[in-house]
Ligand binder design. Structure first.
Ligand code: F6R
Length: 242
């Protein structure tokens, strides 16, 4: 793992954006695995800026998002489809038809999971998978436990995850109880993984994930087995990596 800690926000964001932009400039038909949440918001804003300045084009790029809530309409303000459209897609020159997110409203969710896996299998592997990390060590919505799933599946969100995400909703009752998420094997198939970790509140989980034992109780620790991972930490999250 290549682990870098940044003293300021601009270095963190510029490095992350630079990694994606150089990949896309080298391979204009790159396939990107994308994440939502607060962590990549600055990165997406930087990519929008670079796109507008003509430094990178996403015309040929295809994207696959990690996860989506179950039961939120696509146009709900907190669906991950809305998040991606608002925070990135509608501001760049990407073809929206080439952006894929699991459908959390499918009539048959199990079939939707299999469809997403087939698509990943036929079109993958992604060239770069972007990840954030939950306070409990989840990646995507692969929550810690005795076992993990390899493929895309419906997962029950842990209370810690729902509490953390309640900040985006008016009350915790509104946070969906389930989500569709890519599994750990699909994530690990990416040619390269870029894990972003921000904030003092993530310092402990960063240490556990990056230096602790590899265990399903901390799904992000599995990334230690991947041959090509870059981890960017801001000053707060990087307390143990100076
Ligand atoms: C989001 C995702 C999650 C988040 C994680 C961190 O698509 O897959 O694993 O990356 O919950 O969320 P934030 O960035 O909001 O702290």
């Amino acid at each position: 793992m290549n682990i870098y800690t940044f003293q300021n926000e601009s270095g963190f964001v510029q490095t992350a954006a630079g990694i994606i932009a150089s990949l896309v400039n080298t391979n204009p038909r790159a396939k990107l695995g994308l994440a939502t949440g607060s962590t990549p918001v600055g990165l997406y804003a930087k990519l929008i800026e670079m796109n507008k300045e003509g430094l990178v084009s996403f015309k040929g790029v295809t994207t696959y998002n990690l996860d989506e809530y179950v039961g939120l309409p696509d146009n709900h303000s907190e669906s991950y489809r809305t998040f991606m459209n608002e925070k990135l897609f509608k501001h760049i020159d990407i073809n929206l038809a080439q952006t894929f997110i699991p459908n959390g409203n499918a009539a048959d969710l199990e079939e939707e999971c299999r469809r997403y896996d087939r698509m990943l299998e036929e079109n993958g592997p992604v060239d770069l998978q972007l990840l954030g990390i939950g306070h409990n060590g989840h990646i995507g919505f692969n929550e810690p436990g005795e076992t993990l799933h390899s493929g895309t599946h419906v997962t029950t969100l842990q209370e810690k995850t729902r509490t953390a995400n309640a900040r985006f909703f008016s009350s915790i009752e509104e946070v969906p109880t389930h989500a569709i998420t890519m599994g750990v094997a699909s994530i690990m198939k990416a040619r390269q993984i870029m894990l972003l970790i921000r904030g003092e509140d993530k310092a402990e989980i960063a240490r556990r994930a990056l230096t602790g034992p590899i265990t399903t109780e901390c799904p992000a620790s599995l990334l230690q087995c991947h041959p090509n991972v870059v981890v960017l930490l801001d000053q707060g999250a990087g307390r143990y990596f100076k």
